[in-house]
Write a protein that binds this ligand. Structure first.
Ligand SMILES: [Zn+2]
Length: 213
């Protein structure tokens, strides 16, 4: 049973710093999918640099996290939300250019991507990383850990979406990691192939169910 942990919507310096401390304490490497505009704050930029220096991967989670690409299906939105965020992430991007679209409520549906966004991701050699386990830490800050621990054994390889946001949820991260270790879970940094529909710009499986017409 494998588990991959990802942290979205940050960095938010104080929370992200604590998450990094906990991950380091458990020897866990993860991926942080950053909201690009957060990096204009020097404290957030510094903690993102720390995450990269400590071996975590750094991905793009849109510039503003304000509009789903499928709800604004024009090229200008795709270029701004993906391209401008990537410019802010700059040399922190590793490995390659990882992109995770904004899926409101963790829902994987046709609002996730637009045709121009899909073309943009392919032309610019992005790797698109989705998910298969969403324990809703943002709206269940005290219950998410147990929900996630019940969900993880239901599949061979879970790609979990968490958030390094000031909701209070991350105070349960130490207990969550200890419980994962007790379950014998193998916590890995790589992503389950089924959650990576585009790798280095190459479409690996049909995405029509995630793209607005
Ligand atoms: Zn998000």
């Amino acid at each position: 049973m494998k588990v991959t942990l990802t942290f979205d919507n940050g960095p938010t310096a104080p929370v992200t710093s604590k998450v990094l401390d906990v991950l380091t304490g458990h020897g866990v490497k993860s991926t942080f999918f950053l909201v690009g505009e957060n990096l204009t704050d020097p404290a957030n930029r510094a903690v993102a640099e720390r995450a990269a220096a400590e071996g975590h991967w750094i991905g793009n989670h849109t510039l503003t996290h304000s509009v789903q690409l499928g709800d604004s299906p024009d090229l200008a939105t795709a270029e701004r939300e993906i391209g401008e965020a990537q410019r802010l992430i700059g040399e922190l991007a590793t490995p390659g250019q990882l992109f995770r679209p904004y899926g409101r409520g963790g829902v994987l549906d046709r609002r996730l991507l637009s045709r121009p966004a899909l073309v943009y991701l392919q032309q610019h050699a992005f790797t698109c990383v989705l998910w298969n386990s969403v324990p809703h830490d943002w709206d269940d800050p005290d219950g998410w850990a147990d929900a996630c621990l019940a969900d993880i054994p239901t599949r061979d390889w879970s790609l979990v979406v968490l958030h390094d946001l000031p909701t209070g949820a991350m105070r349960h991260l130490p207990r969550f990691l200890e419980a994962l270790e007790s379950l014998g879970a193998d916590i890995v940094q790589d992503f389950p192939p089924g959650c990576v529909p585009i790798r280095d710009g190459r479409l690996r499986e049909p995405l029509d169910h995630l793209v607005v017409d």
